[in-house]
Design a protein around this ligand. Structure first.
Ligand SMILES: Cc1cc2nc3c(=O)[nH]c(=O)nc-3n(C[C@H](O)[C@H](O)[C@H](O)COP(=O)(O)O)c2cc1C
Length: 206
């Protein structure tokens, strides 16, 4: 069985516009990929480890090429659990609204937890090498405004996520952005519909 890890970064559950698009994606994905399981990681429910000074000391040890052992290894256990869950997936779906031109803080926290040297990337004499290889990522977002035209330079969400996941080695990244969501009901309904259609097509060929 292959695994799609669905990372949910909106706490709005049934009220979520983003998840309306993700549901269309997942429906088609399940129909077309019978040999896949979906692992749902809801960041509003998941208890993520805090990045305490001790845990950060571990990060610097790993970055310096040292291994963690004893107390430090134990302190890192919760981080390693999250990294192993992430690495066990064959593909990723992220459902995230835009918050303050970027990503919600729970998603940033998750990235701060998993993006660790030795596990997701490593330093080589020629630069950084991402260790998440041959995996696909689909990101479904929704935004109150529209960032396709004059507001494009205020979109720190898509460029940021493309860079971070590219840094860890993922090259095949597709975005579906439902926008604008907060400019009246008719536009919202139309844009969700368009995003759902795009999502179904991408899910079918993933
Ligand atoms: C805390 C917060 C910050 C937001 N910041 C932005 C923003 O910077 N730009 C924008 O276009 N919309 C912003 N919005 C609107 C949401 O992106 C939009 O309503 C989205 O569709 C919500 O997705 P959801 O229903 O899946 O949670 C913000 C909403 C919240 C709750």
């Amino acid at each position: 069985m292959k695994k799609l890890l669905h990372i949910i970064a909106t706490p709005r559950a049934e009220e979520s516009r983003t998840l309306q698009v993700s549901e269309a994606f997942l429906k088609t994905f399940k129909e077309k990929h019978l040999d896949w399981v979906i692992d749902e990681l809801d960041l509003s429910k998941e208890e993520l480890p805090s990045l305490t000074v001790k845990r950060l000391d571990g990060k610097y040890m790993l970055a310096g090429g040292k291994d963690l052992n004893g107390e430090m290894k134990e302190a890192w256990q919760e981080i390693v659990v999250q990294i192993e869950r992430f690495m066990s997936a064959d593909a990723y779906l992220i459902s995230t609204p835009m918050w303050n031109f970027s990503i919600p803080h729970r998603l940033k926290h998750y990235l701060d937890v998993i993006l660790q040297p030795k596990y997701l990337f490593r330093y080589t004499p020629t630069g950084v090498e991402g260790l998440v290889k041959n995996k696909k990522l689909v990101v479904i977002t929704s935004r109150g405004g529209d960032y396709t035209d004059t507001m494009r330079s205020a979109d720190f969400q898509e460029p940021y996520l493309r860079f971070v996941f590219g840094f860890m080695g993922i090259q095949d990244i597709t975005f579906i952005n439902a926008q604008p969501m907060d400019m009246g009901e008719p536009v919202q309904a139309q844009k969700i519909k368009e995003a759902q259609e795009a999502a179904k097509k991408i899910a079918a060929r993933l």
